[in-house]
Design a protein around this ligand. Structure first.
Ligand code: ZN
Length: 109
């Protein structure tokens, strides 16, 4: 099990899961029960729905698909690639300014 994507909302989580499943990757949405308990529908950081892949061996393929999804392009683009948290080792997509796992900021730039 490995988290590959943190969605902004319920619909995005399911959309991304569908993309992965279409590519033959076993994926599922987690965190929905927490998300739906938030009053007013406002997402709380750390409680947003996330997408998990079931087999770690499919991580690279999943990441390619997610990068393509986020950049709006049909092909992977690693020009500003994922970064690794120096504290906990979590891998993040480039648009995340800080670690979703421990809060450490990305000091790459
Ligand atoms: Zn971290």
């Amino acid at each position: 099990m490995m988290k590959v994507f943190e969605a902004q909302h319920h619909a995005e989580a399911h959309f991304v899961t569908g993309l992965l499943q279409t590519a033959g990757i076993s994926a599922e949405v987690r965190g929905e029960s927490l998300f739906t308990t938030v009053e007013g529908g406002t997402a709380i950081p750390g409680m947003r729905p996330s997408v998990w892949i079931l087999e770690d061996g499919q991580q690279e393929q999943a990441r390619d698909i997610l990068v393509a999804y986020k950049t709006g392009e049909g092909v992977p683009n690693y020009s500003d690639g994922p970064w690794k948290c120096p504290r906990c080792g979590e891998i993040h997509e480039p648009q995340f300014a800080s670690c979703w796992n421990c809060g450490t900021e990305n000091n790459k730039e």
